[in-house]
Every structure is written in C-alpha cells, then in structure tokens.
Design a protein around this ligand. Structure first.
Ligand code: CO8
Length: 254
C-alpha cells in the first residue's frame, strides 16, 4: 500500500484530519483508499490523544464514489470479497465530513457515515450508481432515507441527479454551507468538540446512533443509562466544578 492516498494531518490539539488524496481520480475510493481508512480509523479510535476526526478530500472533490475503473470486469464474488466500509460507521468518536466539491456514490455514503457534514458552496451530492446499473452499496438506500426522508432519497437514488449544497442543506444532509472551502470550519468545529469531555462525547454519539435504530422507549432507556454512566467520569466533576468556579473546564478523558 502506498502511504499517500490518505494523508494524516494534525491541525489542532486532539484533532486529526484524514485527507483522501487521489485528486487525479477525483478521490475515487479504490481498494487502497478504503483499506487505508479502514485501518487508520481503528488506530485513531484506540488513541486517547485523538478526540475528534475530520474526513476531507481535495479542493474539487471529497470523493467521486467507488473507483469505477477498478470495478470494471469484477464478478459478484470479487465484490463480495472486497473489504466493507465499516471503518467510518464503527468509529466511536465524533467524525466530521468536510465536503468540498463532489460527494458521489460511495463518497456521499462516506459523508453519511460521518456525524456532522459540512459542505462548501460548490459541493454536489449524489447517488449516481443507477446510471451504471448499480445499486448503492454503502448506505445510499438505507442511511440516506433516514437522513433526508424517503422521497428526497428516492429522488436521488432513482435519478442519479446531483443536488447542490443548498439543496443538501434544505434536505438535512448537510449542517452548514461554507463559501469557498469548508476545511477550516470543520477544523474549528472539531477543535470545539475536542475540548469537550471525550468519554461523554462517545456516550452521546452512541446514544444518538444506536437509539435511531430502536423503538423510542428502548432508546430513551439507553439515553438514561448513558446519562447515568457519565456521572462515573472525573470529567463530570470537572465540568460542574468549572461551572461553579466560573472558569473553563479542563477535560482529561477520565
Ligand atoms: N472512478 C474512477 N475514476 C473516476 C471516478 C470514479 N468514480 N470519478 C472520476 N474519475 C476520474 C475520471 O475517469 C477522470 O480520469 P481521466 O482524466 O484519467 O479520464 C478524472 O477522474 C477526472 O474526471 P472527469 O474528467 O470525469 O471530471 P469532470 O469534472 O468532467 O466530471 C464527475 C466529474 C461528474 C464527478 C465525473 O467524473 C463522474 O461522473 N464520475 C463518476 C461518479 C460516479 O458515478 N460515482 C459512483 C461510482 S459507483 C459507487 O460509488 C458505488 C458505491 C458502492 C460502495 C463503495 C464504498 C466505497
């Protein structure tokens, strides 16, 4: 595996920025990129110094989907043997997608697997698989409707049309649209999140993500347990003491 298809940057304390780096192919997600993401994220998950991750691409493209040239001629068995995309969805810490330019097919699905999605004003989101005769394979028929609703999702997956950043914002696929380039804003948000109590951030993320797949009653019980568990951390003492003493909390992750 060549080292540079996924650049690892450290733009702020406790923040790691992963940059997909195949600009010549609009950051198409070939096996090398997918493998790099799938092996790097578990390492960052286990590193207590890392509290928040930004996933970004290049100026023109976040990721233009699976590498179509690599998939040409593949059999169903070849596709079954390929590594899956659990990497992002299984990451337990907050992860922000900074989408500049294209987020298509697997690229849109990678953004959907992140917790917060920012876009620049030139971003284009789409699930063009149908134009290739393909069914989306990393959440386009499942996560997308849960985020934007059935009708917006079916519009995207059945037409393959690209939607603008503004339309993505309207649909709830994106939280914020930034003029120019959204990397700096993503790093700013990540820095803000990295200053919070990291174990609490994980509990909150788990409650939101796991709870979304449960009946409300069970999900509320999950939230109650997470709420109670947070009281076992030293960071809760620190957060409450900092409030009473009118100072900034210094969370240590304990
Ligand atoms: N795969 C391979 N190469 C690509 C891809 C891609 N997905 N997208 C762009 N490229 C390459 C082009 O072939 C071209 O290379 P070259 O110069 O060697 O010919 C280079 O990137 C630049 O692309 P264009 O010249 O086409 O640039 P344009 O600005 O004219 O067009 C588009 C940009 C509209 C984004 C266009 O490139 C395009 O339509 N790309 C394909 C988008 C697409 O269909 N994506 C879906 C792929 S299928 C998929 O994602 C299934 C997901 C299953 C799960 C996977 C989990 C990872």
């Amino acid at each position: 595996m060549s080292a540079n298809v996924l650049l690892i940057e450290h733009p702020a304390p406790h923040v790691v920025l992963l940059r997909i780096n195949r600009p010549e192919a609009l950051n198409a997600l070939n096996a090398e990129v997918r493998e790099a993401i799938n092996t790097t994220l578990p390492r960052l998950d286990a590193d207590p110094e890392v509290r928040c991750v930004v996933l970004a691409g290049s100026e023109k493209s976040f990721a233009a989907g699976a590498d179509i040239k690599e998939r040409a001629g593949m059999s169903a068995v070849d596709v079954m043997k390929m590594s899956t995309t659990r990497g992002i969805a299984a990451f337990s810490k907050p992860i922000i997608a900074a989408v500049n330019g294209f987020a298509l097919g697997g690229g849109c699905e990678y953004a959907l697997q992140c917790d917060i999605v920012l876009a620049n004003d030139r971003a284009r989101f789409g699930q063009p698989e149908i134009k290739l005769g393909l069914v989306p394979g990393a959440g386009g028929t499942q996560r997308l409707p849960r985020v934007v609703g059935k009708h917006n999702a079916l519009y995207m997956v059945l037409t393959g049309a690209m939607v603008s950043a503004r339309d993505a914002l309207r649909m709830g696929l994106v939280c914020e649209v930034v003029e120019g380039n959204c990397d700096a804003r993503a790093i700013e948000l990540a820095t803000q999140i990295a200053a919070m109590a990291p174990l609490t951030a994980k509990l909150i993320k788990e409650a939101v993500n796991s709870g979304a797949d449960m009946a409300l009653d069970a999900a509320l019980r999950l939230e109650t347990r997470a709420h109670q568990l947070a009281f076992a951390t030293e960071d809760v003492r620190e957060g409450i003491a900092a409030f009473i003493e009118k100072r900034q909390a210094d969370f240590t992750g304990h």
